[in-house]
Design a protein around this ligand. Structure first.
Ligand code: SF4
Length: 404
């Protein structure tokens, strides 16, 4: 498919919307009351610190809703207002946050069902309104919805669109896109649908494997088995790694994306010489500012003396998981939870350890004076963060009361 031509024709369609519908003021008020918190504002105003009893809260200086997420949620709210009686669908979670997605369900926005890993668009009919989430949708999904005659409200974050433009540029000059991301993450699925030839690498170790293959060759079968779900159709490592360009899922660890870019730049330089580098390597900066700011703030926070770290965000949120990785690398007891409901008592906490299923942690809240670091992923409302802090204050207050 000529993805560029398709996007151009979609952009000029009357049924395609990439902006709100003029209900900003009402939606702003609604979102303020549903997602914002006075407590969080108070902590922000107090240099991101709040002390109460024997608890000191240290909040990361950048956390929570990024502007791309806020924009997507506001557009979804506006869509409901603008089409009050139409059937409205969304192709995926609008963002990776259970409470926000639940709000949309209450507003009668239907989620496309997934059967055995495949989305079922059977229930979507001509004239229905379909929202595309903040991390986008594949070009095939857009085409299907366009062919059905649906009204499409595209809330894809402009940073994600920027990555799509990048892979289009790679395709134009017959470079293979090396995408730093998770092959089964919605954003990477969407990005790869716009790419020509592509290979998805999860981390620096996988990138190093590919770089070694470029320089020294290796077992083609082993290569194909290793990346079996992470390449374009017909990909051939012996043919398709001679010219590469770098792209990324916007929420990966930014330091790692930069290292991967440098690795491939050096690899191509060694293989083809500095004067041929431009023919074999392309790189554009596509790391999203919000991800960068949140990770930088986390690095700053974990330099402090913290007794524990609470990382709040959806369990399938890539950027939240990366914040958790930073705390774990520093050896700080760190718990990833998606809401205050996971705090069962001062002795029991349900949390998601990195790359594992939910577990119960006993005695998670240390006794006595404690400093608690707090951050949250780009799709977490302040209100959820405030509920966690209030819960910690309440448990520590009752600990003191019990001792009296
Ligand atoms: S994290 Fe970045 S790319 Fe993702 S929605 Fe937010 S601003 Fe956009």
């Amino acid at each position: 498919m000529d993805t560029k031509a398709f996007k151009r024709s979609l952009n000029s369609s009357e049924l395609y919307h990439r902006k709100g519908f003029g209900h900003e003021a009402e939606v702003f008020g609604q979102m303020q009351s549903e997602y914002q918190s006075d407590l969080i504002q108070q902590i922000r105003d107090n240099h991101y610190t709040l002390q109460q009893g024997n608890v000191t809260i240290r909040l990361a200086e950048a956390f929570g809703f990024c502007w791309g997420v806020e924009r997507a949620v506001a557009m979804a709210y506006e869509t409901r207002q603008h089409f009050p009686t139409d059937r409205i669908w969304i192709t995926n979670e609008i963002i990776h946050n259970p409470s926000v997605n639940q709000r949309l369900r209450e507003m009668e926005v239907g989620f496309i069902t997934v059967e055995a890993g495949k989305k079922d668009f059977g229930a979507v009919a001509e004239g229905d309104v379909v929202i595309l989430p903040a991390f986008g949708a594949s070009v095939q999904e857009m085409q299907l919805l366009n062919d059905k005659g649906c009204t499409i409200v595209d809330t894809t974050c402009p940073w994600v669109s920027k990555v799509w433009n990048t892979v289009e540029k790679h395709k134009k000059v017959s470079h293979t896109s090396i995408i730093h991301g998770k092959y089964n993450h919605e954003e990477t699925i969407a990005t790869s649908s716009f790419a020509g030839t592509y290979l998805i690498v999860l981390n620096l170790a996988e990138a190093q494997y590919v770089a070694d293959y470029i320089l020294q060759g290796g077992s083609r079968d082993e290569f194909m088995a290793k990346f079996s779900r992470a390449h374009s159709e017909g990909f051939d490592p012996d043919r398709d790694l001679q010219r590469v360009g770098i792209a990324n899922q916007t929420t990966m660890l930014k330091g790692e994306t930069e290292q991967i870019g440098k690795l491939f730049e050096h690899t191509m330089m060694r293989k083809y010489g500095p004067d041929q580098l431009n023919q074999h390597f392309l790189s554009f900066n596509t790391i999203c500012d919000a991800t960068q700011e949140r990770q930088d703030a986390m690095f700053q926070l974990v330099d402090e003396k913290l007794d524990l770290m609470m990382v709040i965000g959806g369990y399938n949120s890539s950027n939240t998981t990366h914040l958790q990785e930073i705390a774990i690398e520093r050896g700080i007891p760190s718990y990833h939870i998606d809401s205050a409901d996971r705090i069962l008592s001062s002795n029991r906490l349900e949390h998601k350890p990195l790359h594992r299923d939910l577990e119960i942690q006993e005695n998670w809240l240390p006794p006595g004076e404690i400093v608690v670091g707090i951050t949250s992923g780009a799709s977490t409302p302040d209100k959820v963060v405030a509920q966690v802090i209030e819960q910690i204050f309440a448990l520590k207050t009752s600990e003191v009361a019990d001792r009296l």
